[in-house]
Ligand binder design. Structure first.
Ligand code: FES
Length: 142
């Protein structure tokens, strides 16, 4: 697909974000921002029997950060936590599809993945501390 098509997809997710909002009884709520620009993402997760039964995000910021969050929620909805925790930077960037992202824009695109990974560490730290420690070490986003 050409960059133009990806741009349209990003704008569509930015203007009509999927899974935007809050979950009242979320198992995990996690927040982070990009210190360079102040853009923010909150992620809410509802986990049932090891599966992401619901995920919502809230936030403000540039089109890439918000569209990427919207796309990420679609990638992990109804997936086992084990699948979601293994999502890589490359998969997210591939999903965004723009080939010419500079380092600053890459941070925009990966902000929601960073927040999701932080949420997973938080989730596991209560239940399986060794898994949480391993995730924190393994993750090259931290
Ligand atoms: Fe802040 Fe994109 S400009 S995340």
């Amino acid at each position: 697909m050409s960059d133009d098509i990806y741009r349209e997809i990003i704008l569509d997710h930015y203007r009509n974000p999927r899974n935007k909002g809050k979950i009242d009884n979320a198992d995990v709520v996690i927040h982070d921002s990009n210190p360079l620009c102040g853009d923010q993402i909150d992620i809410y997760l509802k986990v049932v029997e090891g599966q992401i039964k619901d995920i919502k995000f809230d936030g403000k910021g540039c089109a890439i950060s918000q569209a990427s969050a919207s796309m990420l929620t679609e990638m992990v909805m109804d997936k086992p936590l084990t699948t979601a925790k293994d999502i890589s930077k490359d998969e997210v960037l591939e999903n965004i599809g723009l080939t010419n992202l500079g380092p600053a824009r890459i941070k925009c695109a990966l902000l929601s993945l960073k927040v999701l990974k932080m949420g997973m560490v938080k989730y596991y730290s209560d239940k399986e501390p060794t898994t949480a420690e391993k995730m924190e070490k393994d993750s090259n986003l931290f």
